[in-house]
Every structure is written in structure tokens, then in C-alpha cells.
Design a protein around this ligand. Sequence first.
Ligand code: C6P
Length: 414
Amino acid sequence: MQASVINIESVRNDFPILKRKVHKDKLLVYLDNAATTQKPIQVIEAISNYYLNYNSNIHRAVHELAEEATAAYETTRDKVAKFINAKNREEIVFVRGTTEAINLVAYAWGRQNVQKDDIIVTTEYEHHSNIVPWQLLVKEKGAKLEYIGVDDNGELILDQLDTYLATGKVKLVTFSQMSNVLGTITKSEEIIKKCHKYNVRVLVDGAQSVPHMKVDLQKLDCDFFAFSAHKMLGPTGVGILWARKELLQEMVPFNGGGDMIREVHKYETTWNDLPYKFEAGTPNIADVIGFAAAIDYLEKIGMDKVREHEVDITKYALEKLSQIKGIKIYGPMNTEKRGGVISFNLGDIHPHDLATIIDEDGVAIRSGHHCAQVLMERLDVSATSRASFYIYNTKEEVDVLIKSLNRAKELFKL
Ligand code: C6P
């Protein structure tokens, strides 16, 4: 195995699924990490330990099991706050994922703050979850949705933001800190500074950034931030909405029910403290507890090393992929500007056909529109193939990908 800043051999041993064979005898080469990552044994055990030993509802009963479950659940909140350097633990709201976090803001903040003719600005490289909630909101309010365009290098055309801000009508600017298709890392701090000069709120979609690089929310200085546990070794069904305390205090609840109330009377209810005001009903206790083990795992490696490893493997993959005749790679080629997500098309082979062929060799990639159809329109394609890396991937696995792509080329006589 080629050298890396991460002890890959030891890391891979923590992921039972990586020993799995697919199509009878092909060792799994998992390159679909932008969709969801695999889970280390530590995360799997944290979840089963909860169910085996202290399964209980939280924030309600006083028995020992309930106390243990509540403590473990709240420990995850502290770990998340530290991981992203949030100022206050009350600003960390557990939700189901990035999608729910953005919908929560569009509903609870957007419906209170966005009026007719106001503008929400998003970008052409957003995931559908950072487009559709805003479309719903602007339709309801008679407001407008505008897009920052993407240039031919896969980067945002930031001059367009200046034009929108100059109208004085922008209420919110939102963007992904890393594109899930192009891998482009957004110039987030620059955008946020500009927006704040105009007193415009900013929501950052961190679904593809938090798993892969150090994110410091106090430095970033945005107003809302969303990400998902399952893209960073954690379980599915857990996500985080972070928002400034003052904003969460002003916002109306998203869901009504248990745990989010202080007092309920026949016709009036008062709200619980933050963050519980936004966590109605029995939450996903087991998976929130499992998420803490994922954070511990990443912190033990160190996010700087996670990034360094991915830059190294991405550089290698870009070099090797570029040598394949007929390939078109999307997004910046400079690894300082991008993360470990590489979208490409090979001749006129449909991405689904390509993905099916290389799956026969054990290589799992994603093909399709990647929930980014606005970007597909911009790129003038209906779909792409996408390989995406994480801490356990190796250059040898990139070699398997390349070999498999060459086999597909031969099959299609390209
Ligand atoms: N992207 C992908 O294969 P959820 O599904 O709520 O955990 O995350 C949604 C989401 C939001 N923003 C970005 C930038 C994302 O990449 C995703 C999820 C996956 O690219 C699944 S579609």
C-alpha cells in the first residue's frame, strides 16, 4: 500500500464492510463516499451498545437508563459544538440531515422574514435540498430566487453576487461550502463578509465540507450552517442545524409536539429553551449517540490529515483519469480549490452504463444527476459519473478504477 499521512491499513481494519466481496469474488472498491460513507466498528458498536444496555427515551424519565441515554445524547451535542467550533451548545439542533436543516430554516426563519419582492440568492451548483425549499418559500411569498452562476472552471462567478446585493432586496444568500458534483470549494468567507456588509443573512450547506476539512464556525461567521452525520462515518438519519442563538430565539418552531414545549394549555403553548424548541418528539437517540463515535474517530485522525490524504489521492486520481483518452472531467483541476469528488464523462457512454460495467469489477461509484439538475443544465449534460474518496481509500483503489474504466472503453470500442 502506498504511503499516506493516515495509517490506512489500520483505518481499513476498522471498517468491516471493506472486506466484503461483491459479484462473487471482487473486493469492494467503495468510491461513493459523497453519497454516504461507510461506518467504522466503533460507530456500529456505540449504536448496538445503546440498544443492548441503556435503550430509553431521553429528557423525560428519571430512571437510570433514561439518565444514561440523556447524558450520551447530550454528549454528542457537546462534541458537535467542539468539532465545528460553535460558540454555544444551545445552537446545535439535531435534525434528520442537511435536507431537514435547510427546510427548517426556510420554514421557520424564511416565513417570518421574507416578504414580497425580496430576493433569495443560491448558486447553480447547489444540491436540490438547497434549491427546492427556497422555491417553495419564494412562491408562497411572491419573492424571487436568483442564482450565482458557475464558470467553465467550475467556480462561482462572484461578481454576480455583488449585483444582487446592490439591489438592496436580498434577504438570504445560501451556498454549498463544497459542491457535491464538481468538488469545488466555495470562497465562503469572502461571500459571507460581502453579505454581512449589506446585513444579509447567510446559510452554508456543509454536507460535503464538514466531513473532509476543518470547519470553524466562529471563523466562518455565517448565520446558519447545515450538515449530515452519514457523510462523515456516522449513521443515517442524523443531521445538524447550527444557527446563531439570537436567530433561533426569534424563530418559530418548525414542528410541534413533545419536548419542544414548556407549558401547554388548551389554546396557548410556551416553548422550551434552545435547542429543544426545535427538537419535537422522540429523536433519533441511538444514531445521535453513534454520531459521537464518528466524531471521536475523525478527531483521532485529525481533520488536517483527512484533508491532506484526500488532496493526495485526488491529485493522483486526476492525473490518472486525465490520461484516459475521451474523458471529460468537470470542476477545478487544482486540488487547492477542490475536494475529493470527481465527476466525469467518458465519450458518449451513458454514466449509468459505465457505473454498471465498473460495478462488475467491484468499483462502486455514483452516476446520474447527483440531485443537482440545475448544474447538469449548466454543464449541458443529463448526467455524470462520480468517484468520491474518503479516509480509507487508497491509490491502489484508484488504479482499479482506472483499469475498470479502460475495460469499459474497450467494451464500447471507444
Ligand atoms: N448529497 C450525494 O450523493 P442529506 O440527504 O439530507 O443527508 O444531504 C443532502 C445534501 C445536501 N447538500 C449537499 C451538498 C449534498 O451533497 C447532499 C447529499 C448526496 O451527493 C446524496 S443526494
